[in-house]
Design a protein around this ligand. Structure first.
Ligand SMILES: O=C(O)CCC(=O)C(=O)O
Ligand SMILES: [Fe+2]
Length: 373
């Protein structure tokens, strides 16, 4: 029997094995997306079945043949490296504390994990740059006529971009928005497959992803300053929204908590993204889809860069249990909602709980998941 330790989570304390399981890809399946837009329903159904199984068993899977070019992925990673290499005073011009919408640069040790859970004295060994949905990024919108919807939850718009001239030859904003737009379209196509896997019509969610509340961040995980000390780059957490598409290049750090409360490494696999379920899908499915706990610790001695894209729904959309999941018995206890939640309300509360500089906001402690009564 291996040694255990206590992990504090939003769902209560868990006994977690100390040993990290290495390189066991069986735990996290690789799904081929070649048939994502196949004209044959049977092929889309077969894909949807694989996705459904991964969502119910692990909550994490890799995707290959996702259709986003390696050139674009390399360009956006290069933009991230160039940005983080800038002097701190330049990066601080886009400091997240200047934003009302959790956008911009979080410096090293600036993030602390969820306020309800983690000691707020010790920050994480990472720095980040966050952006949210923009009309200009969405291939389905025309920037000359389309505008953002009313900003009820204070989450649309307001990206902070580094000034031109600091990153010569990089086209930072254009590159990041192009990447954002392509991953957004991939996400919309994946959402249709999720719907199919849940026995819903493929377009079931389409009406609530018109101006979806998506967020992306560039992350830079520094090597451990003191060898052997194991400072985490991002504390154990679940993602807030529908699902996340993560690009992690070649340096490993991501660990995923499996159903047996063992940390399993999710190392980079060339040509793939990692996809993981977020809280909204757990709410919709009454806990059948697992919004799996994960964390990142960079023990490699190298610089690590990753770029997650969090796919959400329109912020004014309501999220409640799907009618065909009401009777289901949840695979992930403690994650079931009885009321409906407003997407923007939930995302704003979770962001306020995680980022520094927003301490004035009520953390929303009514229930482990911030679900309003
Ligand atoms: O960098 C990674 O591998 C994971 C990042 C992550 O989990 C997050 O930003 O929510
Ligand atoms: Fe995450």
């Amino acid at each position: 029997m291996s040694e255990t330790t206590t992990l504090k989570t939003r769902f209560g304390d868990l006994r977690v094995q100390k040993e990290i399981m290495k390189g066991n890809f069986d735990n996290i399946p690789i799904i081929d997306l070649s048939n994502l837009r196949s004209p044959l329903l049977d092929e889309r159904r077969a894909l949807a079945k694989g996705v459904y199984d991964a969502c119910t068993n692990v909550g994490f899977f890799y995707v290959k043949n996702h259709g986003i070019s390696q050139d674009l992925i390399s360009a956006v990673h290069d933009a991230a490296k160039r940005f983080f290499a800038l002097p701190d005073e330049v990066k601080m011009e886009t400091f997240i504390g200047k934003s009302e919408r959790f956008r911009g640069f979080s410096p090293l040790y600036g993030e602390h994990g969820d306020k309800d859970i983690y000691d707020q004295q010790t920050g994480s060994l990472s720095e980040a740059f966050d952006i949210g949905y923009e009309i200009a990024a969405d291939p389905r919108k025309d920037p000359s006529t389309d505008v953002l919807p009313p900003d009820t939850f204070g989450l649309y718009g307001g990206n902070l971009w580094p000034k031109d001239g600091f990153l010569p030859g990089v086209n930072f904003k254009e590159t990041y928005l192009r990447y954002f737009g392509e991953v957004l379209e991939l996400s919309r196509a994946l959402l249709n497959i999720f719907a199919l896997g849940l026995d819903l019509s493929e377009d079931y969610f389409d009406s609530i992803v018109k101006t979806p509340g998506c967020i992306s961040r560039m992350l830079h995980y520094l090597p451990q300053p003191v060898p052997g000390e194991e400072k985490v780059g991002i504390e154990a957490h679940t993602d807030f929204e529908c699902f996340t598409i993560l690009s992690q290049e070649e340096v490993p750090a991501l660990q995923v908590l499996n159903a047996h409360n063992q940390w399993v490494e999710a190392p980079p696999i060339p040509g793939t993204f990692v996809v993981n379920i977020g809280d909204f899908f757990t709410f919709w499915t009454n806990g059948i889809f697992r919004s799996t706990l994960h964390r990142a610790i960079n023990l490699t001695g190298k610089e690590r860069y990753s770029i997650p894209f969090f796919f959400g729904v329109d912020y004014d959309a309501s999220v409640s249990v799907l009618s065909n999941c009401v009777a289901a018995s949840p695979k992930q206890p403690g994650t079931v909602i009885s009321a409906h939640i407003k997407a923007g309300d939930y995302v704003r509360r979770r962001l306020a709980n995680t980022y520094v500089g927003f301490g004035e906001e009520a953390p929303g402690k009514d229930g482990a998941l911030d679900v309003p009564a």
